[in-house]
Design a protein around this ligand. Structure first.
Ligand code: NAD
Ligand code: TYD
Length: 339
């Protein structure tokens, strides 16, 4: 099978490409715009081993429908997996425009080109954040109402609805996946796990938004990749599947666990101004994915955190490569405003 993976130079896309090339004999075409979050260096070993045979890279924007159309035809694509998006909630609060462009317009463009090209499977990689926020009890199911609270979540929910409309109106075989918070190798260090680890490593304060009592469900990235692979093989067109990691923790506990693994003092924890519209709790009921796809997370949180921290320790060069320019500028400005 020839699979177009969009956003393959980002965190989850990179892990997915490694996963698929290792697990199957598919050919992967990676279309990525190389925003601040896209890093060609993530795939150096894939290029070395598979380039021009089972792996091809195309630089481009999913909003560019003619370019997408050309790629679908040239590579005789069978399936599309759309990871390409602006993904960071804090950035969507400061500057939502690009989220509307890539996440909504981009998904529409991909759907349009893919349906015209007669693509057999289209996986839209979405998020639990489209459901909004939970109280202390209960879980999100696929039937939970959409109630996004950040511009990021609203842009992803909009894309999910476009997918629904393409299935209902044109019979286009779209599947939407909604997953909880991922962590693992190659995650851009603006997100909680790598950011906390890398700041603690340099004995810099680790920022906790608000009281740190917000709860997220954490899933190791390879478990998410396996879920998407299962969708490609067994997913029901038109379906939505939740994926979760069975690992609900308050943010403060996540940071303490990271500091414990590193042998660092809790004195590094710094409470900062809360994120506006901060969702209190996410938690997933993934029983549909379990029943229909046989999905279950395999990596426990403590194990996944150790794997992640060891990866960042072993890949200092990768970290140094992205700790520059635009990234530093955004982070410094953000923390000055919050502290
Ligand atoms: P990321 O920010 O690390 O990577 C996004 C990638 O998309 C980058 O390589 C970037 O260059 C590329 N991209 C952005 N806009 C593009 C465009 N217009 N055209 C082509 N490429 C473009 O994101 P991630 O954390 O890997 O998330 C991937 C997907 O998974 C996103 O759709 C996100 O909403 C979804 N998701 C993420 C999580 C999570 O915890 N990170 C959880 C659930 C769902
Ligand atoms: P994040 O990694 O940005 O993912 P998301 O907002 O998509 O869930 O944040 C995870 C949680 O951690 C969220 O509740 C916000 C909080 N957080 C902090 O407390 N400090 C930080 O420095 C960051 C980046 C996030």
């Amino acid at each position: 099978m020839n699979i177009l993976v969009t956003g393959g130079c980002g965190f989850i896309g990179t892990n997915f490409i490694y996963y698929m090339l290792h697990e199957h004999d598919h050919t992967i075409i990676n279309l990525d715009k190389l925003t601040y979050a896209g890093n060609l260096k993530n795939l150096i070993s894939v290029e070395g081993r598979y380039n021009g045979q089972r792996y091809f890279f195309e630089k481009g924007d999913i909003c560019d429908t003619p370019q997408v159309m050309n790629i679908l035809k040239e590579y005789e694509i069978d399936a599309v997996v759309n990871f390409a998006a602006e993904s960071h909630v804090d950035r969507s609060i400061s500057a939502p425009d690009q989220f509307i462009e890539s996440n909504i317009q981009g998904t529409y463009s991909l759907l349009t080109a893919s349906s015209k090209a007669g693509i057999k499977r289209f996986i839209q990689v979405s998020t639990d954040e489209v459901y909004g926020s939970l109280g202390p009890e209960g879980l999100f199911t696929e039937e939970s109402p959409l109630a996004p609270n950040s511009p990021y979540a609203a842009s992803k929910a909009s894309a999910d609805l476009l997918c629904r409309s393409f299935f209902k109106t044109y019979g286009f075989p779209v599947i939407v996946t909604r997953c909880s918070n991922n962590y693992g190798p190659f995650q851009f260090p603006e997100k909680l796990v790598p950011l906390s680890f890398l700041r603690a490593k340099e004995d810099r304060p680790v920022p906790v938004y608000g009281t740190g009592s917000n709860v997220r469900d954490w899933i190791y990235v390879s478990d998410h990749c396996r879920g998407i692979d299962l969708c490609l093989r067994k997913g029901r067109p038109g379906a939505i599947y939740n994926f979760g990691g069975d690992a609900e923790y308050e943010n403060l506990d996540v940071i303490k666990k990271i500091l414990d693994i590193m042998g660092k003092s809790y004195k590094l924890i710094k409470f900062v101004k809360d994120r506006p519209g901060h969702d209190q709790r996410y938690a997933m009921d993934y029983s549909l994915a379990k029943d229909e796809l046989g999905f279950e997370p395999q990596v426990r949180f403590s194990e996944g955190l150790e794997l992640t921290i060891n990866w960042y320790l072993k890949n200092e060069e990768w970290v140094d490569g992205i700790k520059s320019g635009e990234y530093i500028e955004f982070m410094e400005k953000w923390y000055k405003e919050r502290s």
